[in-house]
Design a protein around this ligand. Structure first.
Ligand SMILES: *Cc1c(COP(=O)(O)O)cnc(C)c1O
Length: 344
């Protein structure tokens, strides 16, 4: 990896962050707070939340095994994705490289930030070779995006190839593990201490059943995390979100139960799809959804919409012609989908 100073945009490297009242004083002993122009009434939501979400990070440390100083929390993973561009990429000059097809936000945020977005098509098994990603890079490539398990394909990518990218690239490699709690594949979290150019993204939106609260995580070196903290909005994770996330983290075993149930439902649903005459193929998945190649994805999608059942039509996505992406619901929802498809 080249030095962080060479990778970070010069204006960000030099940035003096906004210093909030809560940053300047964060001791526990004080009991009269007249420093932040808050209203003394309407507790507990009258106070600004902790800008660094320390209590929440302490709980995450126990669940994820990552020290607080290596954790960034944002308004969904989407915030961590956007911040990567704002921290590392000079608009109009730098580029990033990503697999395709993959999660759409990497490209949207590249476009918003005026960063060239280069793609490398996955192979017929929806997997990739490190050499192909590295060959797409040049001196202005700041970030390589890898999503594993990948969305919309569902499969985990080859771990050795991911490691080869991390080891072979001079810039930042971001591995999005939004679906890792459903995967057989190990998280890359253990690799963090060995790789200062690695950023791992996870989220409360999927296995943790908390998409509404908007809480995304980035795990990285403490140097990268402190730059992220300097660029983010001071109070980017609101108190209601922090409270609800901590309530969820108190009982992580509930999440394990949901994951088990969803995995069982996934097998049942995929088996049933195989028997549908309108389903041509289902793809291997390591996530809480699967991709199914249908005889006519557009027509089947519209038919399901008419019945009030919404799946994701991926027909227009590269390599996903005639594919629907099916999220695993509860047993009742899955049965409703199946009986609608059987009547098609
Ligand atoms: C759903 C998803 C996310 C989650 O985004 P949030 O902003 O945390 O809700 C991130 N990455 C991928 C690949 C996803 O599919």
């Amino acid at each position: 990896m080249i030095s962080l100073e060479q990778l970070v945009r010069p204006n960000i490297w030099k940035l003096a962050p906004y210093s909030s009242a809560r940053d300047e004083y964060s001791g526990k002993e004080a009991h009269v707070f007249l420093d932040a122009n808050e209203n003394p009434y309407n507790g507990p939501y009258n106070r600004y939340p902790d800008p660094l979400q320390r209590e929440l990070k302490q709980m995450l440390k126990k669940v994820k095994g990552i020290p607080e100083e290596n954790i960034f929390l944002g308004n969904g993973s989407d915030e961590a994705i956007d911040l990567a561009y704002r921290v590392f990429c000079n608009p109009g000059r730098d580029n990033v490289v990503a697999i395709a097809p993959t999660y759409g936000m990497y490209q949207v945020c590249a476009d918003i930030n005026d960063i060239e977005y280069r793609t490398v098509l996955l192979d017929e098994n929806f997997d990739f070779k490190a050499a192909d990603l590295l060959a797409a890079c040049d001196a202005n490539t700041k970030i390589i995006w890898i999503c594993s398990p990948n969305n919309p394909t569902g499969n985990s990518l080859n771990r050795d190839e991911i490691l080869k990218v991390i080891e072979g690239f001079e810039g930042i490699v971001i591995v999005d593990e939004a679906y890792i709690d459903f995967a057989q594949q190990l998280s890359m979290r253990q690799e963090l201490p060995k790789h200062p150019n690695l950023i791992i993204l996870q989220t409360m939106s999927k296995a943790w059943g908390s998409a509404a609260i908007r809480l995304g995580m980035a795990f990285a070196s403490k140097e990268i995390i402190s730059i992220y903290n300097k660029v983010k909005y001071p109070y980017n994770v609101n108190q209601l979100t922090q409270d609800q996330a901590m309530a969820m983290l108190k009982d992580p075993f509930e999440v394990d139960k949901w994951v088990k149930i969803l995995m069982a439902e996934r097998s049942r649903l995929m088996q049933a799809f195989l028997e549908l005459p309108i389903c041509e193929k289902i793809y291997k998945t390591d996530a809480n959804f699967f991709l199914a190649k249908m005889t006519d994805a557009n027509a089947i999608y519209n038919y399901l919409v008419e019945k009030g059942i919404i799946v994701r039509n991926r027909n227009k996505v590269q390599l996903c012609q005639n594919c629907l992406r099916i999220t695993i619901g509860n047993r009742t929802e899955n049965n409703e989908l199946l009986s609608a498809l059987r009547q098609y």
